[in-house]
Design a protein around this ligand. Sequence first.
Ligand code: SF4
Ligand code: SF4
Ligand code: SF4
Length: 279
Amino acid sequence: MSAQMKDFSKNKAFLIDMTKCTGCRGCQVACKQWNQLDAEQTEFFSGEGYQNPPAMSEKTFTRIKFRDYQKNGQNEFAFYKEMCMHCNEPACASVCPVGAFHKTEEGPVIYKAERCIGCRFCMIACPFGVPKYEWSKALPLVKKCTGCYSRVKEGMKPACATTCPTAISYGPRDEMIKEAERRLAAHPNRYIQKVYGKDEAGGTSVIYLTPLPFDELGFKPVTLRPLPGYTWQALRLVPAAFLTVGGGLSAISWINHRKDRLKKEREAQAAQTSEPKED
Ligand code: SF4
Ligand code: SF4
Ligand code: SF4
């Protein structure tokens, strides 16, 4: 079904108001906890700012970027919560030859690991640099923010939105946009007068309000048009060698080995959740 024909009336979105963010990074911790993501070696100063870890990765689906600036002679901090934008017309899904990425009607763009053949088209196509590959593993998967789909489809909010004390609202996308526009009108001096994500890349399920220009906070410049049409033009030029699966394994044996890995991980998870709890 084409994106135009989809029913997005149930589409939910994040409204992330960066003027209300305190930089507590509770969202980063909640994301790690809910998704059972390992900690990773990191350093405080990345050269780019004060954020930690220095970049999103296969073990870090969201992070807060810090930017210091001066306002009325005072030192101030501005923040930017990076994560998957859950695009309405996701470039990652449009280029995946086996349909491993999928925009759900609730909003999150999800990844079905068992379908993935490891071509990494999605990583090249995403205008926000979101999908990451488990390069350190013999049988790697693509990893990214799931939009906490397992929670959202049960009527709950994503873990990061539940934890955030101040900055993240979550609800029907049209209501989040109306609320963002209400805040812009009510506080013209507090915000850059733009709702980022309303139209970017054809519209996204993550929308932002910020106190500083978007490029100064590190937002990527993207076209307002949906990206799937452009991405195929660019991907025609990708050398075939880049897209082959690695190592000495043939593609089919590699995919089968990876299916085994997924099966074992799911069995281990099921065993963990069914273990009786100690008093
Ligand atoms: S939990 Fe909320 S206030 Fe804390 S860093 Fe994340 S977005 Fe900012
Ligand atoms: S931000 Fe990238 S990974 Fe996320 S839905 Fe959009 S194209 Fe896909
Ligand atoms: S929506 Fe879920 S997976 Fe995505 S950043 Fe928030 S907690 Fe992490």
